[in-house]
Design a protein around this ligand. Sequence first.
Ligand SMILES: [Zn+2]
Length: 245
Amino acid sequence: MHVRARHVLPVLLAALLLLVMPGRAHAATPAYSGTGWKIATKDGIHSLSPKPYTITFADSASRTRLTPYAQAAAAQLTSVTGTQFTVTTTIETPPAVGSCPAEHHLILGVKYRPVGTVGMSYAWNCYTNRPGQIDDHAAWGGWTWIDSEYWSTSTWFSSNATVNTTKIKNAITHEIGHLVGLDHPNYDKDGDGKVESYECARTYYGYLPVMCSPSGGYTTSSGGGQFTSIDTPGLRQLVKNYGLG
Ligand SMILES: [Zn+2]
């Protein structure tokens, strides 16, 4: 009995040490890409802040046109990331290219050929540059101009009315995706040495991620404007990356 008892304490101590000394392999590390998604590290964005973001509009006509699209995207972003995205009625002028808007403001606007190319919309995003702070390289905010040509006819994207509507929604969600830190996930899928349009992973049902270039996304009436099942892991990873560098 006494001999056994002497061994109990060292065994217990060893067990406790195992419990309180997790291996380094368990430490969280950031990730920047996966199947169907890529984080916009080329724009300096590594993560999404847990603090709320505010969606505003470049002018009243843009607010009238874009509010429904913005509300749908904001609801999904809030649900998927846990970060609050709120659509306001605020009008604010986007800053000059090379500058940034107020912190955590996403400004949406509609303009004819904003970068001079037929059918092309564009997003200008910013990141938090506060080395040593937990939010270093988090999405700061930014602005996007959606090409007004999408509404110039009822068949801009497709002669199928449902598909045309969903593609407008997808184009807007795509630009908002850039503002929160997602890049195009295109890659050299066919192995010809070039990364080309539409070269992206596909969902189980064959849809391109909404962040694919040009915009992918669901083309069903209920799915238009949504981040797809292979975009959302990228949104979740943006949140997981917060504070990890
Ligand atoms: Zn894009």
